[in-house]
Design a protein around this ligand. Structure first.
Ligand code: LLP
Length: 437
């Protein structure tokens, strides 16, 4: 896992930092981000697409994990940014991220969000539906600007992944549906609007391992590009294939190499566009999980243990579904490491639970650990994507902080929340406050 190793003390190190020291200094739970690993993956993507094919660009899907420091790393590595809300856009703005490299997604962008995107001249707006097209058209006319847009298409491609993170199938809330002709209607409508049509986008799902799903998506999309040309005369300059490249979480996950994915996609786009005698479009991909996921891990302290003889042993940690909801939401599987005793033998099968008042608050079922005692540290690797970004305050738990580690140095990139943060937005109406006096 990234730059993890076991040191002479038997402690797990990440990015050259001893996890026992990190726990002492920053407390737990703590998200740890391995900068070296994250940059290495960005470079893998950059080299496999942009460097090798020129006519290809990589956008980091910021929903996976975004802070101002992350924006800076992504910028330095030469990637663009996919944002899906005013909040993500705001973060990018505050970090000084170049707005022309920003793609704005979302199935229900508000007029305020669209205004914000136009004010700041984001690179592309990925229009999801007719309602959005109307608003954007009105705003653009009002301001005498011509936003450059892509259309989000639901290609009708089924990817093999969890139902909740599948998006390419026809019955999806996202985008203009291709198979029933809605997508072509959308392109025709765009022609009449105060926007500049640049191309099409699709995203078939997340945590995908079968490269054939992408090949299938390319086939369907390039066919559509040909239809667009024939029916409207419009050229598609950009073909954005979304994200979804799977990562290793636990036994059985076998991701392909990024380069293999790139070569496969690029070769297929070339082959298909030549077949239809089309100009080859700029190809974009939007990896989120594969960039942030393997770079992040979560460090917890073990507390109570409940053993039900012959049934199960529950080992509780000081976080849970508040800092990583993925096991509860998608039955996602993770591995665990006893970070302060990483050199010990695995001696028991336990299930890791959180501290929320909810039976579904589980982080891992039936994983192997050495003997544990209260105060031990447990590290869960690969939580970098959709961990912090989906964190919540259930039971009024405070969100953990995050450190960036590199070459033995640790720096805070997110402060841990405090109890004061929890009541920061609470408002006590005058009359209720009075009653007490
Ligand atoms: N582009 C679009 C338009 C997307 O909707 C997504 C993810 C991505 C790119 C990035 O996909 P990735 O490379 O990260 O797979 N919360 C779920 C994942 C939801 C993904 C939503 N869209 C999870 O924790 O598994």
């Amino acid at each position: 896992h990234g730059t993890m190793k076991i040191n002479d003390l038997g402690h797990l190190e990440v990015g050259g930092c001893d996890t026992v020291d990190l726990a002492k200094r920053y407390g737990t739970p703590l998200y740890i981000f391995d900068e070296t690993k994250m940059r290495a993956t960005c470079r893998e993507y950059y080299n496999a697409f942009t460097e090798k094919y020129h006519n290809a660009q990589v956008l980091y899907a910021s929903k996976a994990f975004l802070t101002t420091a992350v924006c800076r790393i992504i910028e330095e590595e030469g990637l663009g940014l996919d944002v899906v809300s005013g909040g993500e856009l705001y973060t990018a703005l505050k970090a000084g991220f170049p707005m022309d490299r920003v793609y704005f997604h979302g199935n229900n962008k508000t007029p305020e969000e669209l205004r914000m995107a136009l004010d700041n001249e984001v690179g592309r707006i990925v229009v999801d539906n007719f309602y959005e097209l109307e608003i954007l058209d009105a705003l653009a006319r009002e301001r005498h600007c011509v936003p450059e847009v892509l259309l989000r298409i639901t290609p009708g491609v089924e990817a093999h992944t969890h139902d909740y993170i599948r998006t390419g199938q026809i019955d999806s809330k996202f985008g203009f549906t291709l198979p029933n002709g809605q997508a072509l209607e959308a392109v025709k409508a765009v022609k009449e609007k105060h926007v500049s049509f640049r191309g099409v986008h699709c995203h078939i799902g997340s945590q995908i391992f079968e490269m054939e799903s992408y090949v299938h998506a390319v086939d369907v999309m390039v066919q559509f590009v040909a239809d667009i040309k024939r029916e409207t005369g419009l050229a598609v300059e950009e073909l954005n294939l979304g994200g979804g490249f799977g990562i290793y979480y636990s036994d059985g996950d076998q991701p392909a190499a990024v380069e293999e994915y790139a070569d496969m996609v690029m070769a297929r786009v070339k082959e298909k566009t030549e077949e239809f005698e089309l100009l080859s479009p700029r190809v974009l991909v939007e990896p989120g999980r594969s960039i942030a996921g393997p770079a992040g891990s979560t460090l917890y302290t073990i507390g109570s243990v409940k053993e039900i003889p012959g049934v199960r042993k529950y080992v509780a940690v000081d976080g849970g579904m508040t800092d990583n909801i993925r096991p509860a939401l998608y039955q996602a599987k993770y591995e665990v490491i006893l970070a302060n005793k990483a050199d010990r033998e695995l001696e028991q099968t336990v299930s890791i639970t959180g501290k929320c008042c909810e039976s579904g608050d589980m982080l891992a079922w039936d994983v192997e650990l050495p003997q544990t005692e209260a105060g031990d540290l447990m590290l869960m690797p690969c939580t970098g994507a959709y961990g912090y970004s989906m964190a919540n305050n259930y039971n009024r738990l405070t969100k953990p902080g995050a450190v960036l580690v590199k070459d033995g140095q640790a720096e805070l990139i997110i402060k841990a929340e405090t109890y004061q943060d929890l009541i920061r937005n609470d408002v006590m109406p005058e009359r209720l406050a009075k009653k007490k006096e």
